[in-house]
Design a protein around this ligand. Structure first.
Ligand code: ADP
Ligand code: MG
Length: 591
């Protein structure tokens, strides 16, 4: 017997592309596929403030199936469990932009933030005004005082529904951002898992859980929660989870405690294989819990909205709805993910949204300024352009071969897709470089970086794409790839990744290998390239080893806290493999 349900697929690596084609068919002409893997509504009126959602595939029906009438105007869709690459975000932005700005509304994950921000920068040069509101409803992923670290889970469904309704009459991007922020602030969720789902392309589970245990507060990729509890009854579990949500409204200074007379929308979400029967059984207890506290249930939605393949698990979300949100919730909507008739208010009307009573929208207006390359020191000897190309091809082979190791490392601390993303990116690098003659080192590195950035998605698409793309800008005017070019490449890449991702040395990311490597390369400018790479690769390896003793504070592993001790960061292993393969290549070339 296979460990998991067999999946009915073609090549699992094509699943994200093929499901989008199927989804377009299901929309029967109302939505169109745009660019690589985005979906956009056909009839978006001129001058409408547009709503763009998006994220990785594999969680169907979100996000791409939330495009529709009085819902999102478009969605940027990544590969399975991987954020959409920036070019996908840009294509989706162009498709929905009607001249009055685009609101990005998506879940708070490092990969999504990095890729959407870069997509926003690219779109700003197209002249589009962009704002971002991050969904971070998972109360178990960080305490209230670190709310910006929380990840987005099933609460996104009521949030996007409300924002979709608001976008119909919003006059400005500010208006829409304000309502989306308000819906986010009033939404809290807790998820639990009983058994993992499996990643289509590896067949491996997304996490492991002892039999008879429930993972409390686990994320929708199987990221760690607040702990494990013994298997229990539906009623007991529901009370425990509802209490966590209720307490969070009390503990959170930014939002009022839930009190008698408040109205809430309840969402009970199946994460995949948990049945409707189980969800309905839990619902009775939710009603009992809320009624005891005098809280009114304004509306209920139950179903598999945010899934993780065949994961067994359930999440509970509450959205407190005041008069404005009640009216927005009551607006009928139609999408593949969620369709509603006239809501409980039966008003059909939508309130005008004036911009007083401001909840500050998190604006991330695109940064467009580019770094100027200053006059850099140069090596006298080093690799020619064809030799550097062959070195990158060797790196590609080594990374692709290491896929199982990288996937395992990310399974231990993250969501298990790092190896797949890296392999996908470096396969694209091979296609872009193999047999191609480049005029300059600059062109060569730019081509490799672009191949990675446009195919990988995930946090590492931007992070490792930057290694070649940002790092590669330092190659402007270089005659050869020597110790100076290596040092400039690594230091610029380090600067760029730290600026984009906000991680510092010690946060247990790839920076913990890249940072010492960049320092060592800078100290070895006078050495020939083989010696410099020897020392640099060793520093990367030492940094990767040292990451075992660090507690993760960035990326998906951050919720693990002390449990992340003892294992290295997956991205740090990738940096080490890249530099060690470069070292081996130049040693062979010299011998
Ligand atoms: P995702 O986290 O989207 O699943 P991957 O699994 O492909 O992406 O990559 C995870 C790796 O990305 C981590 O091991 C870490 O090294 C790196 N990473 C994540 N977030 C950051 C960040 N903010 N800055 C630098 N590196 C990061
Ligand atoms: Mg990952």
């Amino acid at each position: 017997m296979p460990e998991f349900n067999p999946k009915l697929l073609n090549d699992p690596l094509d699943a994200a592309d093929e499901l989008i084609d199927g989804l377009v068919d299901a929309y029967n002409g109302e939505c169109l596929k745009v660019g690589v893997r985005s979906l956009a509504k056909k009839d978006i009126p001129d001058g409408k403030v547009a709503l763009l959602v998006g994220g990785g595939a594999g969680h169907e029906p979100i996000y791409h199936a939330m495009v529709g009438k009085n819902m999102a105007d478009g969605a940027a869709c990544g590969d399975i469990f991987a954020a959409p690459a920036p070019n996908i975000v840009q294509e989706a932005t162009q498709a929905v932009d009607r001249g009055n700005g685009v609101l990005y509304l998506y879940g708070n994950y490092a990969g999504d933030v990095l890729n959407f921000n870069l997509g926003a920068e690219m779109s700003a040069t197209d002249g589009t005004d962009i704002r971002t509101v991050l969904i971070a409803d998972d109360v178990c992923s960080a305490p209230p005082e670190r709310k910006k670290d929380r990840r987005g889970i099933a609460g996104l469904v009521p949030i996007v529904k409300i924002a979709g309704a608001a976008s119909q009459s919003a006059k400005t991007l500010d208006d829409l951002a304000r309502v989306a922020e308000k819906a986010c602030l009033q939404t809290s969720s807790v998820g639990v898992a009983m058994a993992p789902g499996s990643i289509p392309s590896t067949g491996k589970p997304t996490f492991s859980l002892e039999e008879g245990k429930i993972g409390l507060g686990m994320g929708i990729h199987g990221e760690a929660g607040v702990g494990e509890i013994e298997m229990t009854t539906a009623d007991e579990l529901t009370l425990k989870v509802m209490d966590l949500i209720y307490q969070d409204y009390i503990n959170d200074d930014e939002v009022d405690a839930l009190k008698e007379g408040d109205s809430v929308v309840v969402l009970i979400n199946s994460l995949g294989s948990t049945t409707m029967m189980e969800c309905l059984v839990c619902m009775r207890k939710v009603r009992e819990f809320l009624e005891q506290k005098g809280i009114r249930i304004f509306d209920v939605i139950i179903g598999p909205y945010v899934t993780c393949q065949e994961m067994a698990g359930i999440s509970f979300s509450l959205t407190r709805v005041d008069q404005e949100l009640q009216e927005l919730w009551s607006m009928p909507c139609e999408s593949f993910c969620i369709s509603k008739m006239q809501g409980p208010l039966h008003t059909g009307a939508v309130a005008s949204h004036d911009s007083n009573d401001h909840v500050q929208a998190s604006t991330q207006n695109a940064k467009t300024e580019k770094k100027q390359t200053v006059e850099l020191s140069r090596s006298d000897t080093g690799l020619s352009v064809p030799q550097a190309r062959d070195m990158i091809l060797k790196v590609a082979d080594a990374v692709i071969e290491a896929e199982p190791v990288l996937s395992q490392a990310d399974r231990d601390l993250g969501d298990g897709d790092h190896g797949l993303g890296m392999a996908r990116g470096f396969t694209a690098v091979k296609e872009a470089l193999d047999g191609v003659d480049f005029d300059t080192h600059r062109d060569l590195f730019a081509s490799a970086g672009n191949a990675m950035l446009t195919t990988m998605g995930g946090a590492s698409g931007v992070v490792f794409g930057s290694l070649f793309l940002a790092g590669g800008t330092t190659m402007q005017g270089a005659d050869c790839f020597g110790s100076h070019e290596l040092a400039h490449l690594l230091n610029r890449a380090l600067e760029d990744v730290m600026e984009r991702g906000g991680a510092k040395p010690g946060d247990k990311t790839m920076i913990d290998a890249l940072h010492p490597a960049a320092l060592t390369a800078a100290e070895n400018l006078a050495s020939p390239l083989p010696e410099s790479l020897q020392a640099t690769a060793q520093s990367a390896r030492n940094g990767m080893e040292a990451s075992k003793d660090m507690i993760a504070t960035m990326g998906r592993a951050k919720t693990l806290g002390e449990k992340s001790l003892g294992l290295p960061d997956a991205g740090a292993i990738s940096v080490t493999i890249i530099l060690e393969t470069m070292r081996d290549f130049v040693h062979v070339t010299r011998d």
